[in-house]
Design a protein around this ligand. Structure first.
Ligand SMILES: CC(C)(COP(=O)(O)OP(=O)(O)OC[C@H]1O[C@@H](n2cnc3c(N)ncnc32)[C@H](O)[C@@H]1OP(=O)(O)O)[C@@H](O)C(=O)NCCC(=O)NCCS
Length: 192
């Protein structure tokens, strides 16, 4: 029988020795929210014009604030360097109905808003954030993390996801508009 205490997969930890910032991952506080804005402003842009998508940034910041204020059901975690700099964020939310059919276990949770400061990418911050979200999700009784990534992030995240979690388990057709398909990855925590 599968053990429910131990994740049945583990992201590749081969980078453990890499020199990078020392970060602590913890639940978000309301005082962290303003520090997330510059990180979001780096990544939430139209790929063609590079213009900011202000509405979406505001929406993400509002959701992060609500989670920090313990309203709603979403959970957000931030990575903080030992100098007190907010280095990245990750969120967990109830899965969108469209992604649910791709889940392979009974209690999936959707990962969302996964962003690391541009200067600190590829130094282990994202993986530290992801691992914390996974351990919290498992502790809360979820069996699987599942997420999509839109074409906007083809160059900045798809390679990372496939490297860490394998090929996508499916695709949400036209999820971000006609022809804007979103591949879906997952990480099984427990088969329950
Ligand atoms: C995706 C993201 C959160 C990952 O966080 P990160 O801190 O950069 O990732 P880490 O440093 O923990 O891990 C990097 C690993 O991925 C690998 N990797 C990164 N880009 C890759 C690519 N295009 N192809 C294959 N592997 C890749 C690195 O080689 C490294 O592997 P290793 O751990 O085996 O050495 C971060 O890069 C980011 O913020 N990207 C921009 C915003 C974004 O696209 N967010 C996702 C929205 S869905």
């Amino acid at each position: 029988m599968d053990s429910p205490e131990v994740p049945s997969q583990s992201p590749d930890d081969s980078s453990e020795d890499r020199v990078g910032p020392v970060v602590t991952v913890r639940s978000i506080r309301t005082s962290d929210v303003s520090a997330l804005r510059p990180i979001l402003e780096t990544w939430i842009r139209y790929p063609d014009t590079h213009a900011l998508i202000s509405e979406e940034i505001t929406d993400v910041l509002n959701r992060a604030y609500e989670a920090a204020a313990k309203k709603g059901t979403s959970k957000y975690f931030v990575a903080e360097t030992n100098e007190g700099q907010i280095a990245g964020m990750i969120g967990l939310q109830s899965p969108d109905y469209a992604i649910l059919p791709l889940a392979t276990t009974p209690q999936p949770i959707e990962m969302t808003n996964f962003y690391v400061d541009a200067e600190l990418r590829n130094s282990g911050v994202g993986t530290t954030l992801f691992n914390m979200a996974a351990s919290q999700a498992l502790q809360a009784g979820f069996s699987e993390m599942i997420w999509n990534s839109g074409p906007r992030y083809r160059e900045t995240a798809w390679g990372y996801y496939t490297h860490k979690f394998g090929e996508p388990i499916g695709v949400l057709k036209d999820y971000y508009g006609p022809t804007y398909d979103a591949p879906v990855w997952h990480f099984v925590l427990s088969r329950q």
